[in-house]
Design a protein around this ligand. Structure first.
Ligand SMILES: *Cc1c(COP(=O)(O)O)cnc(C)c1O
Length: 433
């Protein structure tokens, strides 16, 4: 498989180079040059295949011989190492729970797959790489956990001091080993700006091989297709494919779902469920894309004003609006609707949603009201305990902390405080070689 830049100014490359580079030199996103179509026998036999077998068949055409099959098999097995069950919630509605991984968010899958691929490339090339990443919360924990103990890879995470939740900070700062946390005396935008400057600084690249682990990397994006295949494996009525509602911020997850659909996966309709950050819902109404400043909501991992993966969605449909609307719609849900849904679903169905999953639930409910014969799945992207400060006051109850979180709450935080100027980061990086 070759990947080309959506800005069309860079040469085509293979999976290895796309993973190591992250973004093309022309600043475009890498995109596969063709979309593999899976045989109908694969879909007919799905229930008899293991999760690993399904994931391997899905990802193999994207990797090809860049990673030997036996190695790829191990990588896939250690990626899909936690359950992703469909849980019934209300009539015609089930939740796809993607929060049973180490950091309790769906980003665990992409981060684990990418870290293991990068680890293989580094070993194979006898290289050392430094992964540099800025986080506003969830990404950092998943990346830290995914790369923990991967030989040849050092991870440096910048996070804004006092602006991530306690659980998130513990996830970033207690691992140690090859994971270094820099606690920046500034906000998320400062962290992101400092990271961007480091990537463009020749004095740093002369000494360190820097790479990013953000969500546009193909090795984080592509394995997210697994969610949709594994959901379909569990979907009872194969004659009536599901409507799938995906809480969306940067649109990487739902874009992976649409890719899976183009490979042959039966899905009736995709809903991109957004919070007040409504750039894509607005686009779907007006066919005019206008990026905005992000606004803060209670589903903060989706507070994105210019979703980077939306260009990939347009590319999947050759920029034809009509074929996109046949399968895809997008809707903006308010915080008030989200809170009300969390409360009602908890009271009426004894199911506790996190604020992101709840946005997906409300969007699905609205769709099913207009299409009463359909049935659907909403994607639960994080465990509610990660957002206990939002959820507990709504349901007026304490949430039990799962063992995975309990064990890190007592660990000692290790973070290096730095200022919010690029020079602070530069000095730190140059001292690392
Ligand atoms: C990152 C994140 C999202 C948004 O996913 P995208 O792929 O960026 O659209 C939704 N929910 C949670 C909990 C997240 O961490």
């Amino acid at each position: 498989m070759k990947y080309s830049s959506l800005n069309r100014q860079s040469e085509s490359i293979n999976f290895e180079t796309a993973t190591i580079k992250g973004q093309a030199p022309d600043k475009g996103l890498y995109f596969p040059e063709h979309i593999p179509v899976l045989p109908t026998t694969f879909f007919n036999q799905m229930e008899s295949l293991s999760d690993e077998e399904i994931a391997l068949q899905v990802i193999a055409p994207y990797v090809e011989d860049v990673i030997p099959m036996a190695v790829l098999k191990d990588i896939v097995a250690s990626t899909v190492h936690f359950p992703m069950p469909l849980e019934p919630v209300s009539t015609g509605v089930v939740a796809l729970e993607l929060f049973h991984g180490n950091t309790l968010a769906f980003k665990d899958i992409g981060a684990r797959f990418m870290s293991r691929c990068l680890g293989y490339f580094v070993r194979n090339n006898n290289q050392k790489v430094t992964v540099l990443v800025a986080t506003s919360g969830d990404t950092g924990g998943a990346v830290a956990d995914g790369f923990y103990g991967v030989d040849g890879v050092e991870v440096i995470i910048l996070y804004p001091s006092g602006k991530v939740s306690t659980v998130q900070e513990q996830q970033l700062t207690t691992l140690g080993n090859n994971i270094i946390a820099l606690e920046v005396d500034g906000n998320f935008d400062d962290c992101q700006r400092m990271v961007k400057m480091a990537f463009n600084d020749p004095s740093v690249s002369a000494q360190l091989f820097l790479t990013s682990a953000n969500s546009i990397n193909v090795a984080r994006w592509l394995p997210q297709q697994f969610f949709y295949f594994l959901a379909y494996k569990q979907w009872a009525d194969k004659h009536q494919p599901p409507v799938i509602s995906v809480p969306s911020g940067n649109f990487g997850n739902i874009c992976a779902g649409l890719l899976a659909h183009q490979s042959g996966l039966p899905v009736k309709h995709f809903i991109a469920a957004c919070n007040a950050n409504d750039v894509v819902p607005q686009y779907m109404q007006s066919q005019h894309y206008a990026a905005k400043q992000s606004v803060a909501t209670i589903s903060n991992a989706m507070d994105v004003g210019d979703p980077s993966n939306f260009v990939r969605i347009l590319a999947l449909f050759q920029n034809e609006y009509q074929s996109l609307t046949n399968i895809f719609s997008s809707v903006s849900i308010t915080d008030a609707e989200t809170k009300q849904a969390i409360q009602e679903v908890f009271t009426n169905h004894q199911y506790l949603m996190d604020p992101h999953g709840a946005v997906g639930f409300v969007a699905l409910q609205k769709y099913l009201q207009a299409h009463p014969h359909e049935k659907g799945i909403f994607v639960e992207t994080a465990h509610p305990v990660k957002f206990f400060d939002v959820v507990e006051p709504i349901i007026n109850e304490k949430i039990a902390i799962p063992p995975a979180i309990q064990s890190i709450m007592h660990k000692t935080k290790k973070a290096i405080p730095i200022g919010a100027q690029y020079e602070d980061l530069q000095a730190f990086l140059l001292s690392r070689r």
